[in-house]
Every structure is written in C-alpha cells, then in structure tokens.
Design a protein. Structure first.
Length: 319
C-alpha cells in the first residue's frame, strides 16, 4: 500500500509539474497589450460606426431582432446556420446598448481580438517564443479575410475565435488530465458547435487523440474524465432537439429548384458540397503541404531545382 500511495503521489506531482510548465509559457510576457494596440489602430483606420448590414449578416441581425421581440432565441428562416449562441451574444449586446448594426459589429470585433489573443496564447503555451506568438496573433488579426469579416455580424470570426479557445483548452486538458480543464475544453467545443455545427469536429479530434493514446496504451481515460467531457453536451443536445421540435419546420427555406426532394438530388447536393469542401480545404492546406515537401527536399543536397519548382507551384496554386 505504501508503494502504491507513493506511485500515485509521484504521478500527481508529475502532472502538476507539467501543468506548471504549460502555464509558465503563458505568464512570462503579456501578449494582450500589443495585440490590443494593433486592434485599436485598425479601429482608428477603419471606423465600425455604420448602421447598415454587410455581407449576409442581415439574416443574423433579423434573428437578433426577432429574438428580442419574442423573448427567446429565434433563427431567421433564411439562415443556413443553426447559431443560437451567436444570436444570443448579439441579443445580449443589443439589449444593453440598443439595436443597431454598429452594436452588432462591435460585438464581433470583441471576438476578433479574443481570437487573435487565443492563437498567440496557445502558441506561447506550446513553447513558441514570445515574438513568434505575437507575430502569429497579429497575423491573425490583420489577415484580410479575418479583418473584413470582423466588421460584420457574420459567424466566421466568432467561430474562429471559439475554435482557437477550444483548441487551447483541449491541449491543456490533454496535458493536465484535470477535470476542470476537460470541462472547459468540452464547454468551448459546445460553444463552437452552437456557432457553426461542424465545430463538433474539434471535439472529434480531441476524442481521436485520446483514442489513439488509449490504443497505444499510453494512457487510459478515467470514467470521470469521460463524464466531464460529455456533461456540457447534454444540455446543448437537449436544446437543439427542443428547438428542432418546436421551430424545425421553418429553420430553412430554399427555392424549389434548390430543394433536395429526391434521393438522387440529395446525393448530388452531398457530392457538390464535398467537392467544394475538398477544394477550399486544399487551397488552405496547399502552402503547408508544399512547405513540408520543401523541408523534406531541403534535407537532401543537390536538389535546389526541386525546391524552386515547389516554391513556384505553391505561388501558382495559392493564387
């Protein structure tokens, strides 16, 4: 019994030491202040004050108006996304400051800064240098697509921010295995899914990593850890089911020529969406894949022409 108690104590000490090292990278030098300065500089250059919709955010703006009028979360019939958390966030802001697209835009800008900080925060915790982490956060904040969509009430930027925060807490949960960290990771994964449904893939990736570690017999997840990860999904699933039962018939309206009525039509829509997803994902991953190939070729001498060809292919393919 003494040996067993000593082994358990040593294991806990190692876990606490790993958590301390993990958080040490976050606390050494602050990242929020320089990112906030960059953020406010963009606000000076591009004013968010304009009471009109941009892109397709009028759908979410109408959802916020309907929610305020009816006293519950209501998704507009033209909305292609089930985003109750996004609508609730906008409704909370407009309930305090009054409804306008300027207020809704300001609520998204808060997520823009939070997402950039979460990216830098996560990289810093992984051991990346302060300068590189700050550069990554600034690069996220100043990305043309990210910055453009920050000035709308679209779901893109909140989804990216929630994903960055969820990724950080999933990493922290994998390292510490503490119940509080697992609950935080699961709650953030639920938050991502309630902004955009395919946010469940972050939770699936976390589960896949745990399953792989279990198959390799490196660790066996405890029942409390599994319960902690599943717990936040129960009320979220119950809410989604209740909403579908109550308002599911009007959650999506499409023109007749776009409605998938038969099996063949449904199959064609599925493959069209799959092709679109593969194309867009490939465009995003192309620079990374070419960089990996470049690094592999660079290890071998006398292959300079291959590196030049890969660089040219990356430039052409990305454009």
């Amino acid at each position: 019994m003494a040996r067993l108690s000593c082994a358990v104590t040593c294991a806990r000490a190692r876990r606490l030491d790993a958590v301390a090292r993990f958080l040490n990278g976050v606390r050494r030098r602050p990242l929020f202040l320089p990112l906030a300065l960059i953020f406010f500089a963009t606000l000076v250059l591009v004013s968010p004050v304009a009471d009109f919709p941009l892109n397709d955010d009028w759908v979410y703006g109408k959802s916020v108006q309907m929610s305020l009028d009816q006293g519950r979360i209501v998704i507009h019939p033209f909305s292609m996304t089930f985003a109750p958390l996004h609508i609730a966030w906008g409704a909370a802001w407009t309930a305090i400051f009054g409804f306008s697209y300027t207020v809704l835009r300001a609520s998204t800008l808060v997520w823009a800064l939070a997402g950039a900080y979460a990216v830098a925060w996560g990289l810093r915790a992984l051991g990346v240098t302060w300068r590189v982490a700050l550069f990554a956060g600034a690069l996220t904040l100043l990305n043309p697509l990210y910055l453009n969509l920050s000035y709308t009430f679209m779901t893109d930027v909140p989804f990216a921010a929630w994903s960055a925060v969820a990724g950080f807490f999933c990493l922290r949960a994998l390292r510490s295995e503490r119940t509080a960290d697992i609950l935080a990771a699961a709650a953030c994964c639920v938050g991502v899914a309630l902004v955009r449904q395919f946010g469940v893939l972050i939770a699936a990736a976390y589960v896949a990593v745990l399953a792989l570690a279990w198959l390799r017999k490196r660790r066996q997840p405890a029942v409390t850890h599994v319960a902690a990860f599943l717990l936040p999904w129960v009320p979220a699933a119950a809410y989604a089911y209740a909403y579908a039962r109550r308002d599911g018939d009007s959650s999506l309206i499409l023109p007749d020529e776009q409605a998938a009525t038969g099996f063949l039509r449904q199959a064609s829509v599925f493959f069209e969406d799959a092709a679109l997803w593969c194309g867009s994902t490939g465009a995003v991953l192309l620079p990374l894949l070419v960089a990996l190939a470049y690094a592999a070729v660079a290890r071998r001498r006398g292959r300079g022409w291959i590196r030049i060809a890969l660089t040219f292919a990356a430039m052409v393919g990305y454009v």
